[in-house]
Each structure stands twice: as structure tokens, then as C-alpha cells.
Design a protein around this ligand. Structure first.
Ligand SMILES: *Cc1c(COP(=O)(O)O)cnc(C)c1O
Length: 212
């Protein structure tokens, strides 16, 4: 890993854009290196891998763990117990379960709702219409703090197409009075910044190529 990649991106970002370092597939050694440069937010998408790293990095108290992977219903309790942020809640049923489990566990996780803005069959998320219909109900749920929306653009889009989709996410978040948009990965982060991202989720551009 080249620390200079991290430092360069960090320098380019407007102050209102947060950087989530996506450490899935990378070692705790690499996490420690950029944590030492002041990076505290780390994202993981595979539950078991994340838990092992979290355990090994237990004494690094300033690290905040973000879950960015597909939320499986049977893992919700463990996700709530172990992550401060969940970026990838993709249905009302899961949100309701997160709320109920958070109450039982005396937790209050920060939540992004994943929205599906294109018809990429490999990506989940709330249909924007359904989200708007359910919004009153969603806002009444206890023990969760909904901070924003999250989206993943399909691969292979032009720069303009990426910006257009990201702006859809930004506009939807604005219409629901949500501050955050978790959008932008290694291949499209500049477009995401232009469209109003507040959380970039960057893995390979910081850490190098993943083995998976
Ligand atoms: C892996 C992953 C990322 C980071 O991807 P890179 O292309 O390596 O930056 C971001 N978001 C999610 C949901 C991911 O699973």
C-alpha cells in the first residue's frame, strides 16, 4: 500500500466530504498505517472478516466501524452490537428489525438507507417511491438515527451518467431533509463529490488491489 495515495485524496477533498476507508480484503497492518495518519472511519462488507479485525484492533479506540455490506436478517443483532454506522439498509423490514434490536441492545446506530436508482439487478435498495411512501412510518422508528442515503452506481457508466445518478440520490436525500449521501467508490468518487456526496467509500484507490 502507498500511503501517498491516501494523503493525496485526503488533500483534494472538500472539508464537508468524509472519507470512509474500505478495508475489506486488507490487513490490520494496513488499517494501522492509515489510522496513524488520522483515518478513523473504516468500512467492511463481510461480517466475519470485520469482526476478526475489530477484535484484533480492540485497543485502537478511535476507530469507528461502518458496515457497508448486504445486511442479512439473521446477522442484524451482531451488526447492531458491533457497528456504529450501517450504510446499507435496503428494506423497511430490515430497518424495523434493526430498530427493535437496537432497543433491546440499548444501541442507537447511525443509518444510511440504500436506494436503488438504476435497474442493475446485482444491486439492492429501496425503490425511491416506496421510500417516500414509507417515510412517515420510518421516521417513527425508535433507537436508530437515519443520517442519509447510500447508493452504488452500476459499473461502466460515463462520467455524466454517474453524476446524473448521484444527483438523483442527492435530490432525494434533500427532499427528505437528510444530510448525508454515502456515494462514490474508487472509480467514480470525483463525480460523487461533484454531485454532493458526504461520504466516499474508497477501497482499492487507497489500499491497492484486493485479492477478491
Ligand atoms: C468494496 C466496496 C467499496 C469500495 O470499493 P473500491 O472500488 O475498492 O473503492 C465501496 N462500497 C461498497 C458497498 C463496497 O462493497
Amino acid at each position: 500500500m502507498e500511503i501517498s495515495n491516501y494523503l493525496q485524496i485526503k488533500k483534494k477533498l472538500p472539508h464537508n466530504v468524509n472519507l470512509l476507508a474500505v478495508s475489506k480484503g486488507f490487513s490490520i497492518q494496513e488499517i494501522k498505517i492509515i489510522n496513524n495518519e488520522g483515518q478513523n472511519d473504516f468500512g467492511e462488507s463481510r461480517f466475519q472478516e470485520a469482526i476478526e479485525k475489530k477484535f484484533l484492533l480492540n485497543q485502537f479506540k478511535n476507530i469507528k466501524w461502518h458496515f457497508i455490506g448486504r445486511v442479512q436478517s439473521n446477522k442484524i443483532r451482531k451488526i447492531v452490537q458491533n457497528f456504529e454506522y450501517i450504510h446499507s439498509v435496503d428494506s423497511y423490514e430490515k430497518l424495523l428489525k434493526i430498530s427493535n434490536v437496537s432497543f433491546e441492545e440499548n444501541k442507537n446506530p447511525l443509518i444510511m438507507l440504500q436506494v436503488k436508482l438504476s435497474d442493475d439487478p446485482t444491486k439492492g435498495g429501496f425503490n425511491p417511491k416506496v421510500l417516500i411512501e414509507k417515510w412517515d412510518q420510518i421516521q417513527k422508528l425508535r433507537c436508530i438515527r437515519i443520517k442519509g442515503l447510500m447508493t452504488i452506481n452500476p459499473k461502466g457508466l460515463s462520467s455524466n451518467e454517474n453524476i446524473k445518478l448521484f444527483k438523483k440520490c442527492r435530490n432525494l436525500a434533500d427532499s427528505l431533509k437528510l444530510h448525508d449521501c454515502s456515494m462514490g467508490m474508487s472509480g467514480d468518487w470525483e463525480e460523487a463529490v461533484e454531485a454532493g456526496s458526504t461520504w466516499l467509500r474508497l477501497g482499492s484507490i487507497i489500499f491497492g488491489n484486493r485479492s477478491y
